[in-house]
Ligand binder design. Structure first.
Ligand SMILES: O=C(O)CCC(=O)C(=O)O
Length: 368
């Protein structure tokens, strides 16, 4: 197979001081690296201090209003504003949005809020110092090790709040899933290269997540099934794989890989956590959100997503949330810089659409 056409690629170089020895920090954590590789998820205990979790929950509740069945009125009356208020839109398929933030282009850009019934998402810019504290040193060290890179970049932060969901509770028996999916598919070369040309999500539990309390649900064995299917497709159709545009890894390849995964609810696994734990999730693992079935309870989580600096193919224009140069808040920048982590936002420039057409799937060790 010939190498992918090489055009000039926007690659942020390792900044001075980026080389770091994370060994001591990682040794203090109990991390099941094998589970991440084989199953595609693991829980790392006690990564974020309770006080930081509490401040993050308060921030979310301030933006969305107190946990309730419907939050759109609060949001509509706040400075965030909703382009589509409740009642103006037919129920869309998950993940909505029922309402998203409106921004006229004047003044500071508001956070991106998407709300659908009992589940609400807030994306950057989020104007609060706690956003930097949520990127803990341990989280950074884990992702450097996972992606085999010294040039880690943060691509997005997203809060999700899952409020009590009466219809789901009424219907609930055993594990409830909102919709099995994978977020992204990759080929073996992307896992095998150095740096790795994939991403992992890390989801911080900002409050304890119990069974029935809107846990992330994962499907054991699905990652291996997906990787086997991706290998089969690559062997059978190398030209199709080589010609795939960037975004088709996320869309077309995902759509072809996912049917090979068993989605039996009987074997589904709720990933339970204590406050401050993080779940590391490979986006190629079959997973689902689940509703909050416990009356009076609310689940708060925040996702941080990282890539290696050379994996610009994952930053696509239509995925506005992943264009960090214009969207991360000054509070996040300042807080990371104070800890010497400014390189996490070390993008050279906002991506131009043409840049995203350039292909760079694999690190230096392996190219198609
Ligand atoms: O919120 C959750 O537990 C799941 C989120 C999810 O499915 C996703 O990030 O793709």
């Amino acid at each position: 197979m010939s190498p992918a056409a090489a055009g000039p690629v926007v690659v942020a170089p390792a900044a001075a001081g980026e080389a770091t020895d994370d060994s001591a920090l990682l040794a203090r954590l109990d991390i099941d690296w094998g589970e991440i590789e084989s199953e595609g998820w693991t829980v790392v205990k006690g990564v974020v201090p309770p006080e930081v979790c509490q401040r993050a929950r308060r921030l979310v509740d301030g933006l969305l209003g107190p946990p309730a069945e419907v939050v759109t009125d609060h949001i509509a009356s706040s400075t965030i504003g909703l382009r589509k208020a409740q009642g103006q839109v037919e129920d869309p398929p998950w993940p909505g949005p029922q309402g998203i933030c409106d921004w006229s282009g004047v003044g500071p850009r508001p956070p991106e809020v998407a709300t659908y019934n009992y589940r609400h998402t807030i994306r950057h810019p989020i104007y609060d110092e706690v956003m930097a504290e949520l990127v803990t040193d341990a989280t950074v060290a884990i992702h450097r090790r996972l992606l085999r890179t010294e040039s880690l970049r943060l691509t997005q932060q997203a809060f999700v709040r899952s409020d009590y969901d009466p219809p789901a509770r009424a219907a609930a028996t055993g594990v409830v899933v909102d919709g099995w999916h994978i977020d992204h598919a990759f080929l073996a070369q992307q896992y095998e290269s150095t740096p790795r040309a994939v991403y992992y999500s890390s989801m911080i539990a900002l409050s304890t997540i119990e069974s029935g309390g809107a846990p992330l649900v994962v499907q054991p064995g699905s990652l291996a099934e997906g990787k086997a299917e991706a290998a089969r497709i690559l062997a059978a159709e190398p030209c199709w794989c080589a010609a795939m545009p960037d975004d088709h890894y996320r869309t077309e390849l995902s759509a072809r890989v996912m049917p090979a995964m068993s989605d039996s609810v009987g074997s589904a696994h709720e990933v339970l956590c204590d406050e401050g734990d993080i779940i590391i999730l490979n986006p190629m693992c079959l997973h689902s959100a689940s509703p909050m079935c416990l009356p009076g309870r609310t689940r708060h989580v925040v996702f941080n997503t990282f890539i290696d600096a050379s994996s610009t193919f994952m930053l696509l224009p239509e995925r506005g949330a992943t264009r960090p140069a214009s969207k991360f808040s000054p509070e996040l920048r300042t807080g990371l810089a104070a800890r010497g982590l400014e390189s996490l936002l070390g993008w050279l420039a906002p991506l131009e659409p043409a840049d995203t057409q350039r292909r760079r799937y694999f690190g230096t060790a392996a190219k198609m």
